[in-house]
Design a protein around this ligand. Structure first.
Ligand code: 5CA
Ligand code: ZN
Length: 416
C-alpha cells in the first residue's frame, strides 16, 4: 500500500557512534526488564521491521511514541553510516478490527482505509520517516499461504476443526524472545488474542495460522479452505519476504513481545531454517493515561489528530514524546504539551540568533546520548543548555545556529 511522504534529513558533519539499544531477548546483567544494551547494525545495510497499526482508534500517543522511537533509531543508524531498509505492516484484517466495524455498523474495509489514511497524516505531521515498504495483511495473503506451506513441510502445523495451527514444539528456541515463564505466557496468550483454553490443541500456546471462514466474516480461498490469516504469521511472512530470513531490528511496543514477536520469530525461524529471525528485539515501553496503559480496549486515548485539531504544533507533540526514554513506562499529562511548546519556542529563538557557542560539542553530546540506548531526554537537555547559552549571548560562532538547526532536524526529527 501507499506509504507517506519522506521528510528531508539534512547532513550533519562527521559520523555518529555505533548505536547500542536494549534487546528484550538479551538478559540485562543489571536486571533491566527491557533487556541488555547491545549494538545494533552489524553490516552496512540495516534491515528493520516495525509492527504497524491495526487501523482503528489511530493514532493515539502510545502508537505515536512507538513510531517516533523507531524513527529515532533509524535516524541514529543513518547518522552512523548505515543504509536502512525499513518495512512496516498494517493489520488491515483481524478480530479486533472486524469487531469494531461490526459494533459501529461500518464496512471493515472502509474503516481500515480511513484510519490508515489518518495514521499517514499523523506520521507526516510528526515527521516520522516512512517505511520503504508499507504492507497490508490483505494484500499479503499469498505470502502467508506460502509461509504456511513451508511450515507444513517442516511438520510444524496441524489441523483442528478446519483451522490450521502452528506447533510451538517445532521451535526448540521458543521462549527466547520474551524470556517469560510458562505461566506468564499462558496468561498473556489469553489476554492478547490467543486461545489457550481451546480443547484439542497440542499445546495451549499454539497460535492459529489459518482461521477457517466463519459466518459473516471476510474470507479468502486457500489450499486449507476459505479463511483468513492468523496475526503472527502475517508479520512473519511480510518481514521474511520483504527483508530476508534475518533482520537487524524487530520493533514494536512491549505489549507485542509476547505472544506476537515470540510467535512470529518462531514461525520465521522454522519456515526459513535460519536463526535468529531478528538480531535485536527492541520495544517501546507503555504510555499510560489516567493511571492505565493507553489502549483501545480501555478507551483512555489521546489522539494525535485531536491534539493537532486543537492547534498543537506537531513538533511540540514530538518533543513531548522525545522527553521520555523509550525503555521505561510513562504517563501522558496535558501539561507535557505546554512544556514542550515552551521548549520549542526557546529552541526556535536560539537557532534564529546571529551567533552562538560552537555546535561541535553539542553534536557530540546529542550523538553520545542517542547512541547510548536512545537516551532522548539527555539529548534534549543538551540542546537546552546550548539554547540557554545563546540567550545569554555567550558564543560568537555565526555558523552555529544553522548547524544546530540541521542537527536537531536530522537526529531528533524536529524542524525548527
Ligand atoms: N497491528 C498490530 C501489530 S502487527 C498492533 O499491535 N497494532 S496496534 O494498533 O494495536 O498497535 C500499534 C503499535 O503501537 C504496536 O507496536 C503497539 O505495541 C504500540 N502500542 C499500542 N499501545 C501502546 C501504548 N499505550 N504505549 C506504547 N505503544 C503502544
Ligand atoms: Zn506485527
Amino acid at each position: 500500500m501507499q506509504s507517506w511522504p519522506a521528510p528531508l534529513v539534512p547532513r550533519v558533519e562527521g559520523t555518529g557512534p555505533q548505536l547500542r539499544v536494549r534487546d528484550t531477548a538479551a538478559a540485562d546483567p543489571d536486571g533491566h526488564p527491557g533487556g541488555a544494551l547491545r549494538p545494533v547494525g552489524s553490516g552496512h545495510v540495516a534491515r528493520m521491521y516495525v509492527c504497524g497499526i491495526t487501523p482503528y482508534d489511530a493514532t493515539h500517543l502510545g502508537h505515536a511514541a512507538t513510531y517516533v522511537t523507531f524513527d529515532l533509531l533509524q535516524r541514529v543508524l543513518r547518522d552512523a553510516g548505515h543504509r536502512i531498509v525499513y518495512v512496516q505492516n498494517v493489520t488491515d484484517v483481524d478480530d479486533p478490527l472486524l469487531e469494531r466495524a461490526a459494533r459501529d455498523g461500518v464496512d471493515w474495509r472502509a474503516l481500515a482505509e480511513a484510519q490508515t489514511q489518518l495514521f499517514r497524516e499523523d506520521m507526516t505531521a510528526l515527521r516520522v520517516l516512512p517505511p520503504d515498504a508499507y504492507v497490508g495483511a490483505v494484500e499479503s495473503i499469498p505470502l502467508v499461504i506460502s509461509m504456511i506451506h513451508r511450515l507444513a513441510a517442516a511438520e510444524a502445523t496441524y489441523e483442528l476443526d478446519g483451522d490450521v495451527y502452528f506447533a510451538t514444539a517445532a521451535e526448540p528456541r521458543f521462549g527466547e524472545v520474551s524470556r517469560l515463564d510458562r505461566d506468564a505466557m499462558l496468561a498473556l496468550s489469553a489476554e492478547r488474542g490467543g486461545d489457550p483454553g481451546r480443547p484439542g490443541k497440542k499445546d495451549p500456546l499454539d497460535p492459529v495460522l489459518w482461521r477457517a471462514a466463519r459466518a459473516g466474516e471476510p474470507s479468502w480461498q486457500s489450499p486449507y479452505g476459505p479463511g483468513r490469516p492468523g496475526w503472527h504469521v502475517e508479520c512473519a511472512a511480510i518481514a521474511t519476504t520483504h527483508l530476508g530470513p534475518t533482520i537487524d531490528v524487530q520493533g514494536g511496543g512491549i505489549d507485542l513481545a509476547f505472544p506476537h514477536h515470540e510467535m512470529s520469530a518462531a514461525h520465521a525461524q522454522v519456515a526459513t531454517g535460519t536463526w535468529p529471525f531478528a538480531r535485536s528485539y527492541v520495544h517501546q515501553a507503555m504510555v499510560g493515561f489516567d493511571g492505565h496503559k493507553m489502549s483501545k480496549s480501555r478507551g483512555n486515548l489521546v489522539l494525535v489528530s485531536r491534539l493537532r485539531a486543537d492547534g498543537a504544533d506537531p513538533m511540540a507533540i514530538r518533543l513531548a514524546l522525545l522527553d521520555h526514554r523509550h525503555d521505561a513506562d510513562w504517563e501522558w499529562h496535558a501539561e507535557d504539551l505546554t512544556v514542550a511548546q515552551e521548549r520549542l519556542n526557546v529552541w526556535r529563538t536560539a537557532v534564529g540568533a546571529e551567533a552562538g557557542p560552537a555546535a561541535a560539542p553539542l553534536v557530540s553530546a546529542v550523538r553520545g546520548a542517542l547512541g547510548d540506548g536512545l537516551d532522548s531526554p539527555r539529548a534534549l537537555a543538551a540542546v537546552d543548555r546550548w539554547a540557554t547559552e545563546v540567550a545569554l549571548h555567550r558564543g560568537e560562532d555565526p555558523g552555529a545556529p544553522g548547524e544546530v538547526r540541521r542537527l536537531v532536524d536530522a537526529l531528533l526529527g524536529i524542524a525548527l
